[in-house]
Design a protein around this ligand. Sequence first.
Ligand SMILES: [Zn+2]
Length: 368
Amino acid sequence: MEFQRTWHGATVDGHVHMGPVDEESVLLDIMGAAGIGQAALASIQDPQRGAGLGGPLMMKARHPRRFYVFAGPNHALASAPSGAAVPLAEQVGRLLAAGCDGIKMIDGKPTSRRTLNVPVSAPYFADYWEAVESLDLPLIWHVGDPEEFWDPSRAPGWAVEQNWCYGPEDVPLEQLYAEVDEVLERHPRLRVSFAHFYFLSADLRRAARFLDAHPTVRFDLAPGIEMLYNTSRNPDAARDFFIRYSDRIIFGTDIFTELTAAEALARAGIVQRWLETEDEFRVPPEADFLLGPPTDGVIRGLALPDGVLERIYQGNFADLAGTEPRPIELAAAADLCHAIAGVAEALSGTPASQTEAGYAAQMLEAMA
Ligand SMILES: [Zn+2]
């Protein structure tokens, strides 16, 4: 996908995922090709495998100026047998002590709700929210999903394939939003970057009301390809929105390290072209399957001015998490990985030392 870039400054990607440590070079290649200097690694933990956090912590250890780590709660660790259990609020403290830059949550995506059917506004999370707010930790938070996922007649094929289609047994989108409203009401100082534009791109007036009501929250631009199609229906209105809320929008790609370099480049390119140019274009054929096929629709570029691009590509993320990542604390990071590995062993029977967290712990210790 060839296009003329108008932004030539530095770029921070506020929403990237990586797997285990051995994906280091893949990720560096992708970032180099896409012109991304720094990235926030959004770590979602898989307690069974002890996966999700070790790789990002290693990246931070090896490239301390390039990687921010936002790490999610480990619910199995919270409910481990006494002695091994680390309650959610205490996990927040340990993530911070290890050198993490913030919190990543996916509690609020309907599929997470299928595994742990506890609203974020429930007492289970009360001390946790206290801790996140009082420690002033930024949060990348995935809440909801595109509204069409709840409608079998409108859900895209690739979403059906991921089992991301929701029926009456699933939590309704509006309930998820209402639960977040409750949390924000109780904790008005929470600094949240809501992933994927908070899935409000089809209703920019509502998006504006939400941002007006919550001055400490932001939206990230990780696709959700529907976000680009929605804004393309009325690009002038979308452009006005982006200019008016230019301090509240963070560039993101949702690049993940299972992608090929070509797919990752296509993913970043779609977002960059949408923000920078006035091109009309389609998703290129080489894009990954989560972006759908080129036939799904036309994207119209927003041709945002340089000052707005500067906010979106770097300034707003810096306001959220600082211009430099926090330094890793190797011993504390290794300890945390050991705790995660121990729980993975208890759950799966895989020896702790052979889980992803176990490997990472050994590598972090060797660096200490
Ligand atoms: Zn993501």
